[in-house]
Design a protein. Sequence first.
Length: 345
Amino acid sequence: MAAQRKKPVLVSPPSVGDLNAQLVKRGMVAPLLSVIVPVKNEEDGILPFVGRVGAILEGIAVEGGWEILFVDDGSTDATLGAIVAANQRDPRVRALSLSRNFGKEAALSAGLDHARGRAVIPMDVDMQDPPEVLPEMVAKWRDGHEMVFGIRRCRASDGWAKRLTAGLYYRAHNMVSSDKIPENAGDFRLMDRKVVDVIRAMPERNRFMKGLFAWAGFNQASVEYDRVERETGTTKFNYWKLWTLALDGITSASTVPLRIWSYIGALVAVFALAYGTFLAVSTMIFGNPVPGYASIMVSVLFLGGVQLISLGVLGEYVGRILTETKQRPLYVVRDTVGIESQVVR
Ligand code: UDP
Ligand code: MG
């Protein structure tokens, strides 16, 4: 019986793009896009995020590839387990797990340090930053803009109080700081590798990201989007945390609050001089009927208040000098998921 000759199967050689995609998938070549996602107790948010954002990235980073880099910011629930499961399904999902909760700003710094893409996009896991605007952002980046930030067209999902305080904050920040933060722009933005390197090179411990982004400059563009309700989980920011963030933001970006006290002091001194003159003149003309208890109390209390406030402001800055001089690391990585392989950049 004649041995059956197998017909040769014609296989076309893989294209350069396919090869590159395979290498990116195995983590051997840096991808085109990195999405960095700080997460704290978001176990229900991981898989939906990967599904929805992954599908969109697949469409825009066809040849260059993509990665989703989660930064587990000290979660106490099953967030890390969900990330590991996602990584087993798709190795382009990677993660850093921090040793405790360092806060969103530090988690973003960790993400920027470990993201390898030519462009990096920080996103929240709760889908409040709609991934549908990613193609538009990437298109603007390809047009030569190094920073494409998302502008919230409508913040109806945030309560009126948050909208009001956020609006006041942006206005106050931009009044006292020369690095203007675009109003209604959050952390959701695309940054070119050049911008990422500038931000990573900034030595300060106080990482108010929006301020650092604003300082970096570069050729900027924006994309509008509607900020929708959170899909899973609950907000991690209460008003006290937001207030602290606002203080960090202003004190890290501006020294106007320090200087302003010289002007207030001068103003109070001029006022006191005028009032003293008035008292002297009226005593000379009308005599001194009753020694003024009320005027003394008012001026003592007022000046005491002014001094305490100015001391408080000084304290804010001295405290920040202390944190800077300690030079502690911004975050501590406890574990990683899928990012041990060597990278060719
Ligand atoms: N987040 C974090 N560390 C924190 C607080 C929040 O990594 O200490 C993450 C959180 O998991 C989410 C993102 O930061 O992915 C934005 O948080 P959130 O949605 O609670 O903020 P909001 O949208 O309410 O301002
Ligand atoms: Mg949110």
